[in-house]
Write a protein that binds this ligand. Structure first.
Ligand SMILES: [Fe+2]
Length: 365
């Protein structure tokens, strides 16, 4: 509850019943009025022309309502007072304690059966939420007993968001066959990487369904990029700095396009938490830094990529027909063990923002 308040020149101080207080600039409060003159309740959009407001706007009158559950403020440019709730002020506090994330960084030994879920379960609200939770906590999940065609891929993609179009199309199928000579059909081990380091907005989720497996090997590899980042942060401070500061260029050249993007291998958010891992040694394009920074960069990726290829960090699993692997391409690196024989896969991408939106709608984040 709001216990009291103090009006300053262009700021207002709120005193709360937990003995904390916080000062808000008046312009910020005025900009966040929610009444029908200032806010469109149908579209949830601001009507206020903020640029027209006086930066040093004053409060004409203010009083507490419902024992401090609300404060009512009359602004100098408004005719009617407006209400702000205690919750609203607390939610936007600079002193807000961060809620502990339930994300778990993992090594191979930490992953047991908790990442599996049955396709049928996704038809219930609880089951679907369970899938989102697994992806949120571990960065990946495996859906079992899917139909062995694009229908199940599309069904899951549409439940979360929509199929993302890319240079590879939307929904795709791919058959690896070692009888073909082209490198695209390579059966050698694909080391852990993230997709689309050449895209400014790399796909958020990747779905990979096994439709047919008549082969030896070819295990799917998952590596928790956040786990690697966290270990490097603790053990190799200098490398961590290099990996968070060096913007690495990725490129895709072919099929009539030349895509390029640049970002650090470990991207931090404004709170210095891990935001995104972008690592693809196959797609890295030439880029220059000073010679010393270049040497530092090679030292840092030596540590990072060596860890990514150590068994203790790799969860390996041969997908059976009907098993669909779904993973967060902003966190988990993927790879595939070498194999001989035939593997037919289907899949698609989903945008990160659509996955995040789906998690918010289901109260997961
Ligand atoms: Fe890939």
């Amino acid at each position: 509850m709001i216990k009291n308040f103090k009006l300053l020149n262009n700021k207002t101080v709120f005193y709360f019943n937990d003995n904390k207080f916080e000062t808000f600039p008046n312009i910020w409060l005025r900009d966040h009025i929610k009444n029908k003159e200032n806010w469109d309740f149908k579209t949830n959009q601001r009507i206020t022309y903020t640029a027209n407001l006086d930066i040093n706007i004053k409060v004409k009158k203010a009083k507490l309502l419902k024992k401090g559950k609300f404060i009512e403020i009359l602004w100098s440019d408004e005719n009617k007072p407006t209400k702000y709730s205690y919750e609203f002020l607390k939610k936007n506090s600079l002193k807000k304690e961060e809620t502990k994330s339930d994300t778990q960084f993992w090594k191979d030994k930490d992953i047991k059966n908790q990442i599996f879920i049955n396709y049928k379960q996704l038809q219930t609200k609880v089951g679907f939420k369970n899938l989102l939770k697994k992806i949120h906590i571990y960065g990946f999940a495996v859906v079992r007993n899917c139909s062995k065609n694009l229908n199940s891929v599309e069904y899951i993609a549409k439940k979360i968001g929509y199929v993302r179009n890319s240079i590879f199309g939307g929904l795709w199928t791919f058959e690896s066959n070692n009888k073909k000579a082209d490198s695209a059909y390579s059966n050698q081990e694909l080391r852990p990487h993230t997709d689309s380091t050449y895209s400014n907005d790399a796909p958020g989720l990747q779905l990979l369904l096994c439709c047919k497996y008549d082969a030896k090997g070819g295990d799917s590899i998952m590596v928790d990029g956040f786990k690697l980042a966290n270990e490097i942060k603790q053990k190799y401070k200098k490398h961590f700095k290099t990996l968070t500061n060096t913007k690495v260029k990725g490129s895709y050249i072919g099929d009539g396009v030349r895509l390029e993007a640049k970002r650090p291998i470990i991207k931090l958010n404004e709170k210095n938490n891990f935001d995104q891992i972008s690592f693809n040694n196959y797609d890295r394009a030439p880029f220059r830094e000073t010679n010393q920074k270049t040497i530092n960069f090679y030292r840092a990726i030596k540590v990072f990529d060596t860890m990514a290829n150590q068994k203790q960090y790799q969860w390996r699993h041969i997908l059976k027909p009907g098993e669909l692997l779904i993973f967060n391409n902003w966190r988990v690196m993927h790879g595939r063990g070498k194999f001989s024989g035939i593997r037919k896969m289907a899949g698609c991408y989903i945008n990160k923002e659509d996955f995040d939106s789906c998690c918010r709608m289901n109260n997961i984040i």
